[in-house]
Design a binder for this molecule. Structure first.
Ligand code: ASP
Ligand code: MG
Length: 449
């Protein structure tokens, strides 16, 4: 019988320094089934790379940023028992990083940006493999670009599931019997072999994609929290970790602002029915959250999330002559710009919808272009300073008293928009960003305490 396979992913804080990586290595070594290890860049490194990629810096500023990254990587290297084993490789990666960072077209070319942003993961996978070896675990560093095929949408590439399955079968599968394979999260390559990335936080997604491609049984996401919480513990100290979650609930939570998991992570898990574990690499003994197809308990209220920096757009047709086909015209423009709309409400001649708008992201620019285009066919009104608060749970549409319980708790707040009914796992409302933390606290008390 074929051995059960576990894919373990370690996030940026888990691989931030030598001691943190040793914790990860112990977790890997303690579970024989862990054959593939997916790593993020050491904490802070990707942020520095993004800064280099997106800002026109002076030469001495570039030197400073590169130096910061060098310090992080060297402190890990120099803690190794035998740094010479990987020293040359790390030096040449840092040299490559330095060269791209100074490329005069970097700020204008997304392909160069991705080449640069891949460096964090490429360095940490080298070092994590070395630490596993020094703890007597046979481990190799594997270039994920050989198998993680994506389209060519640099900085936001989409995986080619079929190609990944095929390539992983040919090139990764044969490696995992003899060694633990350490590879890069977040990074991929297109058909021409050019480096791509999956979008910020994409390492979770990589782990799930590789687990799917290998037909793995489990996928562990090791981070700095002991699982997924009822809500962000930074909002209320009453938040508590959840022992279990369904794929649907986890996907809703990730999409609507829970920071622990990349929103796309659940797709491969769902397709292949892979149980996903979330836990803390610092405190593995504390357990964590298991995310699976179906849970023992499916309570109406499971968790609360908050998504910040939302833009609420209301479009209105000035003439009734557009009333027919109006929605179609609006959504055509949105679809053409590949925007994702989260919440929608409609009336006869008007539609309101929310857009995610994190400042300085690509979406902010695309949002602006889309709004300009919309204003050629209708009146457009834009409201900012809003957050979306979401109650995630089960069978919300059919459980009596669900909505009344929620609305009674927050009757003191002005709800700018409410979405309920389309999804049995989600009740969302748009509130002022000044109120959102209080809304979460009050709801948490009413529903969970
Ligand atoms: N290093 C990448 C980021 O910080 C990917 C990841 O950590 O998941 O976004
Ligand atoms: Mg992450």
């Amino acid at each position: 019988m074929q051995q059960a396979i576990n894919v373990a992913k370690f996030g940026g804080t888990s691989v931030a320094n030598y001691d943190a990586i040793k914790n990860c290595a112990s977790i890997v070594i303690n579970k024989q089934n862990t054959r593939v290890v997916v790593v993020s860049a050491a904490a802070g490194v990707t942020n520095e790379l993004v800064l280099l990629a997106n800002t026109a810096l002076r030469t001495e500023q570039i030197t400073e940023v590169v130096e910061k990254i060098r310090v992080i990587e060297f402190s890990i290297l120099n803690s190794l028992k035998d740094p010479s084993e990987v020293e040359d490789k790390l030096f040449s990666l840092l040299e490559e990083l330095d060269t791209i960072a100074r490329h005069e077209e970097l700020n204008f070319r997304d392909d160069l940006k991705d080449e640069l942003m891949s460096m964090g993961e490429r360095m940490s996978s080298l070092l994590v493999a070395a630490i596993l070896r020094e703890m007597d675990c046979p481990a190799i560093n594997f270039d994920v670009r050989k198998i993680l095929r994506t389209d060519s949408k640099f900085t936001q590439a989409a995986p080619d599931i079929q190609a990944i399955r095929l390539l992983a079968g040919q090139l990764l599968r044969p490696e995992i019997d003899g060694a633990v394979v350490v590879t890069q999260g977040f990074v991929g390559a297109d058909e021409q072999g050019r480096t791509t990335t999956l979008g910020r936080g994409g390492s979770d997604f990589t782990a799930a994609l590789l687990a799917e491609a290998l037909g793995a049984d489990t996928c562990e996401i090791w981070t700095d929290v002991i699982g997924v919480y009822t809500t962000d513990p930074r909002i209320t100290d009453k938040a508590r970790p959840l022992p279990e979650l369904s794929f649907e609930e986890a996907a809703e939570m990730a999409t609507f602002g829970a920071k622990v998991l990349h929103p796309a992570t659940m797709e491969p898990a769902l397709r292949q029915n892979i149980n996903v574990f979330v836990g803390s690499s610092k405190e593995p003994e504390k357990g964590g959250t298991w995310i699976k197809q179906s849970c023992e308990h499916e309570p109406p209220f499971r968790a609360l999330t908050r998504r910040r920096e939302q833009v609420l757009v209301t479009v209105k047709t000035p003439k009734m002559m557009y009333a027919q086909g109006f929605l179609e015209r609006v959504f055509k423009i949105i679809a053409k710009n590949k925007l994702s709309v989260d919440l929608v409400t409609t009336s006869e001649i008007a539609v309101s919808f929310t857009l995610d708008n994190p400042a300085n992201s690509i979406s902010e620019r695309i949002n602006k272009e889309t709004l300009t285009e919309l204003s050629t066919i209708c009146e457009v009104n834009v409201e900012e300073g809003l957050d979306v608060v979401t109650v995630v749970g089960n069978n919300m549409h059919s459980s009596a008293g669900v909505s009344s319980k929620v609305f009674a708790a927050i009757s003191d707040f002005n709800l700018r928009m409410i979405c309920f009914g389309a999804n049995v796992h989600n009740l969302s409302f748009v509130v002022s960003d000044k109120d959102s933390a209080d809304v979460v606290r009050v709801l948490h008390q009413a529903l969970f305490e």
